[in-house]
Every structure is written in C-alpha cells, then in structure tokens.
Design a protein around this ligand. Structure first.
Ligand SMILES: NC(=O)c1ccc[n+]([C@@H]2O[C@H](COP(=O)([O-])OP(=O)(O)OC[C@H]3O[C@@H](n4cnc5c(N)ncnc54)[C@H](OP(=O)(O)O)[C@@H]3O)[C@@H](O)[C@H]2O)c1
Length: 110
C-alpha cells in the first residue's frame, strides 16, 4: 500500500529575515506570517525565555551596543546570510510631547 508522505511544500522564494521586537504585537504577528509563508526567521527579543515555534530566537537588547555587536558576531560566525531586516522593536508613546518625562525621552529616543 502506498503512503503519501506529508511534508511542507518547499518555498523556492525562501528568504532569511531578521525581525526585531518579536515578543508581542506587530513583531510577533510578522514572525508568524513569515514562517507560514515558508521563510526562515531570526526573531529578536530581550526576553531570553521566549520561544516561537519554527523561528530561531536571539536575546538582544537593542539599546545596548554590546548586545547588538555580540549578536552580529554570532550571526557572522554561524555563516547566516540575511536577506531582509524588519526593524519593528520600539515603544509607542501616546501623550502630548510636553507631558513627556525624561525617562520617556531616554527610552523612546535611544
Ligand atoms: N501599534 C500601533 O498602532 C503602532 C503605530 C505606529 C507605530 N508603531 C510602532 O510599531 C512597532 C511595534 O508596535 P507594537 O504595537 O507591536 O508594539 P508592542 O506590542 O509594544 O511591542 C514592542 C516590541 O518591541 C520590543 N522592544 C522594545 N524595546 C526593545 C529593546 N530595547 N530591545 C529589543 N526589543 C525591544 C518588545 O520586545 P521585548 O520587550 O520582548 O524585548 C516588543 O516585542 C513599534 O516600534 C511601534 O512604535 C505601532
């Protein structure tokens, strides 16, 4: 009896994406969309425990030069070739500019 082998179709247009800010919101949805479309995704978050099935996870704090450089070195040494960066990480502040505290300026603008 013949058994069909179930497998994922290979996407001939598969790309390697880097997506920042993947723990929730638009970043998380973008990762899931790209994975469903058959792409490879390097998902960045500050949360070391975060797992997104199918994605390669990287714990990186984008406000830290050392953290970014360490990640870049690890990507280079693993021979990863990146086709596209979706730099989504960030904070949306919904309040008038004159009400911003110094902390908001520091965290939002850095
Ligand atoms: N939602 C909107 O209506 C809207 C409108 C205009 C623009 N935007 C922009 O679109 C982007 C995503 O919005 P969202 O609503 O999906 O935001 P969100 O739900 O607050 O998620 C923001 C993401 O950014 C990450 N992040 C924040 N600071 C980071 C840092 N220093 N290093 C690494 N990751 C950091 C967070 O990940 P961790 O905390 O896990 O690291 C989180 O996954 C933001 O840049 C936002 O400003 C959103």
């Amino acid at each position: 009896m013949h058994h069909a082998i179930a497998h994922q179709p290979i996407n001939p247009f598969m790309k390697q994406f880097v997506v920042t800010g993947c723990s929730r919101g638009i970043g998380r949805a973008t990762v899931e969309y790209l994975l469903a479309a058959g792409h490879q995704v390097h998902a960045l978050s500050r949360n070391k425990d975060l797992q997104i099935p199918g994605a390669t996870m990287h714990a990186v704090d984008l406000r830290s030069d050392d953290s970014i450089k360490a990640w870049a070195r690890s990507m280079e040494s693993s021979g990863s070739v990146i086709d596209a960066l979706i730099n989504n990480a960030g904070t949306l502040v919904i309040s008038p500019l004159f009400q911003w505290s110094d902390l908001i300026f520091m965290t939002w603008l850095m």
